[in-house]
Design a protein around this ligand. Structure first.
Ligand SMILES: [Zn+2]
Length: 485
């Protein structure tokens, strides 16, 4: 089918209409919603990410509609919600990626793990908005303001949003319009509505305002005023976490809240927010803190920023004073060919100290490059995301482990992903180990398995109980438990 140029026949987007909703209308108008060939003719491909959070179709839309890319991105995608909390350069690179149709690069620019995006795309709608749209515009269309990540309620009608599954192949899925009698009363917790208001506020402001100036200074000012600092100026992070959890307790079933508060992270929230201030954190994390400290974003932005920044809480580490005789053993270890890192681990001294000893004793070190350039960095990030050990990556890329760890520390989402991968691998090992134990026993009983392989049994009991009970032999009836069969 030859390519089609719609130009002035391109439908005008409705106010707050989601980009995939506009695409559905185009396909419906020009192909009856069923003719998939029209999709290729209009957008050059059928496999573009049409209903993704960051769709790859924007360059084609610009050509078809004469509407600039910036307008599509700001008015019809969820990207602006990230703007208030994302460093300007990273936000700009996300916008540039969308303009050239590289939706996947946006995840990287914003530090989001792409795999978290649901495999089946879903869309949310407000039944009352759907009814009003059908009356006013003739069609209940999809609002972009309802698709914001973490949003559960319509901020205009205070009603819980309904959810529908979309299809990557179907272009005729719309919100269901029901009569006013069947519209349910507002439900959900006050906390969910509060968070929805914050998400909406952040999205609206993000259309025109960039990164909030002195964001962390404002947090610190408020934290000092609320008594979340010690007399020597450190943050009381544990107290802050406890009080925030209590404040937002109505969100206990909210997936974004559970994810933010998860104890699986190497550094729990909100410590991670303060430890990596230059990193991109999910807007939800910022909004949970803002809601607790200020109530809303407008109050945060008008809050005076006059106090001195408090000290970051440094990790508690015991510094062992190297003694004179350690120097001699370090020299021996270095001359025998051990690496800086190995020597530092062996004698529990810093790498800096080992380097100093090497310089004093004129020992030549085989140092690997510390600085890594952009193409290599991207390759390293990909390998880190795939779960390769840092030692292996350092060897393959001919650089130091420290340099790899520095890159890793700039991507807290990858740190999290690697922790998940490690856990999955451990689960596989533990499952295999338990199955081997069961096969080795003549007539396996639960207690015998536990005694023979307590490590795997207890690990699975703690982390994988359902699988464990599915694979253990049946329980011995209570009346026979004392006798051996
Ligand atoms: Zn509504």
């Amino acid at each position: 089918m030859r390519s089609v140029q719609l130009g002035r026949f391109f439908p005008r987007p409705f106010a707050d209409e989601a980009l995939f909703s506009v695409i559905q209308r185009v396909v419906l108008t020009h192909g009856g919603g069923k003719d998939k060939r029209i999709v290729s003719a209009l957008f050059g491909s059928r496999s573009l990410q049409f209903c993704s959070q960051f769709p790859s179709v924007i360059p084609h839309l610009k050509g078809q509609s004469n509407i600039p890319c910036d307008s599509w991105i700001t008015e019809h995608t969820v990207l602006p919600i990230y703007r208030l909390f994302t460093p300007q350069k990273r936000y700009e690179s996300a916008v540039d990626a969308l303009k050239v149709g590289k939706g996947n690069h946006v995840f990287k620019a914003l530090g989001i793990t792409a795999s978290r995006e649901k495999l089946t795309p879903i869309a949310k709608y407000c039944p009352q908005c759907a009814q009003a749209d059908e009356k006013n515009s003739g069609l209940a269309y999809w609002h972009i303001g309802h698709q914001l990540p973490g949003l559960t309620h319509c901020v205009f009608h205070n009603e819980r949003l309904s959810v529908m599954c979309l299809s990557r192949k179907k272009f005729d899925v719309w919100p269901i319009v029901s009569d006013s009698k069947s519209i349910k009363a507002p439900e959900g917790s006050e906390a969910e509505r509060h968070l929805s208001l914050l998400i909406n506020e952040s999205f609206i402001l993000g259309k025109t305002v960039g990164l909030i100036p002195d964001l962390y200074e404002r947090y610190f000012s408020r934290l000092i005023a609320r008594g979340f600092t010690t007399s020597c100026g450190h943050l009381r992070l544990q107290q802050l976490r406890t009080e925030m959890s209590a404040f937002w307790q109505g969100l206990s079933y909210h997936p974004c809240f559970k994810d933010a508060l998860s104890t699986q992270h190497s550094l729990p929230f909100p410590s991670n927010l303060f430890a990596y201030q230059d990193a991109c954190h999910s807007p939800i994390k910022h909004l949970l803190l803002i809601g607790f400290l200020f109530g809303d974003i407008a109050t945060l932005m008008s809050f005076p920023n006059t106090s001195e920044r408090v000290k970051k809480c440094p990790p508690v580490t015991k510094v062992r004073k190297p003694e004179a005789d350690i120097e001699a053993t370090i020299v021996d270890a270095l001359t025998s060919g051990l690496s800086l890192r190995k020597v530092s681990e062996k004698f529990r001294v810093s790498i800096g100290f080992v380097k100093k000893v090497a310089v004093i004793h004129k020992i030549e070190l085989d140092l690997r490059p510390q600085k890594i350039f952009r193409p290599e960095q991207d390759e390293i990030i990909d390998k880190l995301a795939l779960g390769y050990p840092t030692q292996d990556i350092a060897k393959q890329c001919h650089c130091s482990i420290g340099a790899i760890e520095t890159i890793l520390s700039q991507h807290p989402d990858i740190v999290e992903l690697r922790a998940d991968t490690r856990k999955l691998r451990k689960r596989e090992r533990m499952r295999l180990s338990l199955l081997t134990t069961i096969n080795e026993l003549q007539s396996p009983r639960r207690n015998d398995i536990k005694l023979k392989n307590g490590t795997a049994y207890m690990w699975l009991y703690k982390h994988d109980k359902v699988w464990l009970y599915d694979h253990l032999p049946a329980q011995i009836p209570r009346c026979y438990r004392r006798s051996k069969i």
